[in-house]
Design a binder for this molecule. Structure first.
Ligand SMILES: [Zn+2]
Ligand SMILES: [Zn+2]
Length: 333
């Protein structure tokens, strides 16, 4: 079967590997779509995976083509990509995102940029009929955005500022509106991204507006400083952006946290348990039309053009928001 296999840094190959075996606690998924995550760019070009080669891709959907228990065969599914240890304290509490010894499709073991993948039954979510494969492949960023926004407990009428207008930033804006936010404002260093936000019905941040809640989605000190300046006293902020370098704040900026008595949350990945299941909620919201991922998908490449897609994203030769890979050709329609 064909796959996008990372053999080393800057060495992603579209090639044949053997079709995976399906164990008793797994189902065999024929992948239909796999999104390219922002984190896949450094994964391919600078950071690598935990071992080589690894088939990358953790944002995927597909059709179950073999189920040893014969329960899910033929079903459209999304996949929670994290494989918890089920032993540590976090796992025992159902907080799998903070598991100490987790495995992960697409970074620590073979992932979704592949015609077939054997997925543990525990990680499978059936997708509602009205949600397409390409939308189902957006379930990971939608869930990550939901997890972050739910930390803020947004009250009706409050304004939210989002720093960073990538796919998760825009999905977070959609969730905020769904949770009752009055206006969602953005800032981003790329003016094209701000224009894109405006087309989705969001606003560009200006100094005069009142901001009660903030989502920082870039991990850059400059952006964090701007967020801390913008927020009102007693405001809440959630930090989501994964920093690529040190994050240093000036004394004046740090004082905002103290003098305005801010509440600062962290967020990591998403919840996948019976108390809070961002994944099930995301699929439901997509089916109900509360979350619309389609306008975000600016590019679709066939899997064989994976290197073209990655180069375009790395070199920013075109404006993009969500870049999708498609497998299985016309069968998808
Ligand atoms: Zn991702
Ligand atoms: Zn664990």
């Amino acid at each position: 079967m064909k796959c996008a296999n990372l053999h080393g840094i800057n060495d992603l190959r579209y090639e044949d590997i053997p079709k995976p075996e399906c164990k008793d606690d797994q189902v065999l998924v024929q992948v239909k779509n796999c999104g390219i995550c922002g984190s896949d760019i450094p994964r391919v070009y600078s950071k690598g995976t935990y071992y080589f080669p690894t088939v990358i891709g953790h944002e995927f959907s597909g059709k179950v083509v073999f189920d040893p228990m014969n329960e899910l065969t033929g079903k459209k599914v999304a996949v929670f990509p994290l494989l918890p240890c089920f032993q540590c304290d976090s796992c025992k509490a159902g907080n799998y995102a903070t598991c100490e010894h987790y495995d992960y499709y697409g970074s620590r073991r073979n992932g979704g940029m592949s015609e077939y993948i054997a997925v543990n039954r525990w990680n499978i979510l059936p997708v509602p009929e009205s949600v397409g494969y390409i939308e189902a492949a957006m379930c990971e960023p939608v869930s990550v955005a939901r997890h972050a926004i739910s930390k803020l407990n947004i009250k009706k009428g409050e304004n939210l500022l989002i720093s960073g207008a990538g796919p998760i930033g825009i999905l977070a804006g959609q969730w905020a509106k769904a949770f009752g936010a009055e206006n969602v404002y953005y800032f981003d260093v790329d003016p094209r991204k701000i224009d894109f936000c405006k087309k989705q019905g969001f606003l560009q941040y200006e100094k005069s507006v009142h901001i009660q809640c903030v989502l920082e989605g870039t991990g850059y000190a400059d952006a964090l400083s701007k967020c801390l300046e913008a927020i009102e006293p007693a405001g809440r902020m959630v930090l989501m952006g994964n920093p690529a370098t040190e994050v240093c704040l000036s004394q004046n900026t740090y004082w905002h946290i103290l003098r305005k008595e801010l509440t600062v949350y962290g967020t990591w990945n998403s919840s996948y348990n019976s108390r809070q299941n961002d994944w099930a909620e995301s699929l439901k919201a997509m089916a109900d039309g509360l979350i619309d991922t389609k306008p975000l998908i600016t590019h679709i490449f066939p899997l064989e053009d994976c290197n073209k897609a990655f180069e375009m994203m790395k070199n920013r030769t075109e404006f993009f928001n969500k870049v999708m890979l498609e497998l299985g050709g016309e069968e998808n329609a």
